[in-house]
Design a protein around this ligand. Structure first.
Ligand code: 4AD
Ligand code: MG
Length: 461
């Protein structure tokens, strides 16, 4: 059976035994004395493995000497310590089978030289062969696992909410409309006549409304899936397709959902440090930042919680710093968020109770009738990572908001039903998964933390 490099470094394989291992050549060096050092990787972990092949191997001259970066090989040999160093291993090869050559090595886009992240983005299909994308993919995997684990452990149910929707959950109209295949579009009008669903449909911008219907029956639920936004903001923090975790819980109010959110973040980050240290250290070295310390700080320190009004008071005093000046009732831009997290508090910040006109229709109106029971969580050097709120559970107030925002009440009939039949207080939040990855790795561009990035003018394949 094939073993992996991770099996070896996790000490699952006995020393001095015969093993079979497969992978891709990262580098090869030939000695004049009749042997070659081949370094292979297989993506199972960040580490590579050195293979020593000598001229006694029957295809040494004809094949092994011709190997280049990117070729795939299967090696049979004996596992030994590398130069008596008990931390490292190598394989004394007995047989090497070439599984795949690299045609025209000069044109191989992932050659051994250093490539920029921009170059790698043009090769989403080959870039997982780099340490960079390998490391981010393993971190993604671990975070996915612990996110599910946290909610399963705490008795939440995972609800698989739909991607196709007819409602604009966030009321911001940044939606991708679904266009039907040719057979549904009449040749005369050449327009989409929505025959398939009988109405306009879109890719979901948030599964929250669907999730609320399950929270209002199963109490503790979450969803985790692809989410789509047609924001034309070509920033390093926005994707057209990203993953959002959404959590919805009945019988709780804003302060409790804030506690749950903090507890959840600390849990997943703690486990990330336990399970992905090697990959985190890789990014620490690359960007020259102590990421372990940065993540530990988030786990150990408390978040600052402030009212929207307090945030505005702080920011107005500093207006001369900002490109976009802030005033009461205006929304926070990225530069304002970063001033609060990086300069003023030097810590994560939770901003609560925004003016109702800055937030979506579903948030609960506070007693002042001006603000909503909302929260945004901002992280240093990143800005907003989580948005959440207590939901409006009173039918009359919900209808008032729909009216104020000129949203068609009829379209929301099923959502209104949840308030008609056994309404309950409930609250929830949404976490942008890729934004979390930016935070824990210090990667600057969100297109580099997702396998196949889709963003404005970017959907290669
Ligand atoms: O703040 P948002 O828009 O909140 C909602 O959609 C709520 N319905 C969530 C809920 O309460 N269930 O989005 C939540 C998070 C943001 O804080 C941000 O981290 C991320 O989703 N996000 C994006 N991430 C990448 N690319 C984009 N275009 C994003 N838009 C939002
Ligand atoms: Mg938001």
């Amino acid at each position: 059976m094939n073993i992996t490099i991770a099996n070896i470094f996790n000490k699952q394989i006995k020393l001095n035994t015969n093993i079979k291992i497969s992978g891709w050549v990262r580098t090869k060096r030939d000695s004049k004395l009749g042997f070659s050092f081949i370094v292979i990787y297989d993506g199972s972990c960040l580490k590579t493995l050195q293979i020593i092949a000598n001229k006694k191997i029957k295809n040494y001259k004809k094949e092994i000497l011709l190997l280049t970066t990117g070729c795939s090989i299967q090696v049979k040999g004996v596992l030994v310590y590398y130069k008596e160093n008990k931390q490292l291993y190598e394989i004394k090869a007995k047989h090497i089978k070439i599984l795949g050559w690299v045609n025209n090595p000069c044109s191989y886009p992932m050659s051994a030289k250093h490539h920029t992240l921009e170059h790698l983005r043009n090769f989403s299909h080959l870039r997982p062969r780099t340490n960079f994308i390998g490391a981010i993919s393993r971190i993604r995997n671990i975070l996915f696992y612990y996110i599910h684990k946290y909610f399963q452990k705490n008795n939440y149910y995972w609800i698989q909410t739909p991607i196709i929707t007819s409602l604009d959950t966030e009321g911001s109209s940044e939606m991708f409309e679904i266009s039907e295949s040719k057979s549904y579009i009449t040749s005369k009008s050449k327009k989409n006549n929505y025959k398939f669903f009988g109405k306009k449909t879109f890719l979901t911008v948030s599964s929250q409304l669907n999730l609320e219907s399950y929270a209002c029956s199963m109490s503790k639920v979450y969803s985790f899936g692809p989410t789509f936004r047609a924001e034309n903001s070509n920033t390093t923090r926005h994707l057209a397709e990203f993953w959002m975790l959404e959590v919805e819980r009945s019988f709780i109010k804003l302060p409790e959902i804030i506690e749950i959110t903090k507890n959840f973040l600390k849990y997943i980050l703690n486990n990330l440090l336990l399970k992905s240290e090697e990959d985190i250290v890789f990014f620490s070295k690359l960007f020259n930042v102590d990421l372990i310390q940065k993540i530990q700080k988030l786990i150990n320190y408390d978040f600052f919680e402030i009212e929207y009004k307090e945030a505005i008071d702080i920011l107005i005093k500093e207006n001369n710093r900002f490109n976009v000046k802030i005033s009461i009732n205006s929304d926070l831009n990225h530069e304002h968020e970063l001033y609060l997290t990086d300069k003023y508090f030097n810590a994560p910040v939770i901003i609560k109770n925004f003016p109702k006109q800055l937030k979506a229709f579903y948030m609960k109106i506070n007693n002042d009738n001006k603000t909503v029971a909302s929260m945004d969580i901002l992280l240093p050097k990143l800005g907003e990572i989580i948005g959440g709120s207590q939901r409006e559970d009173r039918l009359s107030m919900l209808d008032k908001r729909l009216f104020e925002l000129k949203l068609n009440k009829k379209k929301y009939w099923w959502y209104r039903d949840l308030r008609k039949y056994g309404t309950v207080p409930h609250s929830g939040f949404g976490l942008g998964f890729e934004r979390l990855l930016l935070y824990v790795t210090n990667i600057k561009n969100i297109r580099d933390v997702v396998p196949f990035p889709r963003s404005s003018k970017n959907a290669f394949f």
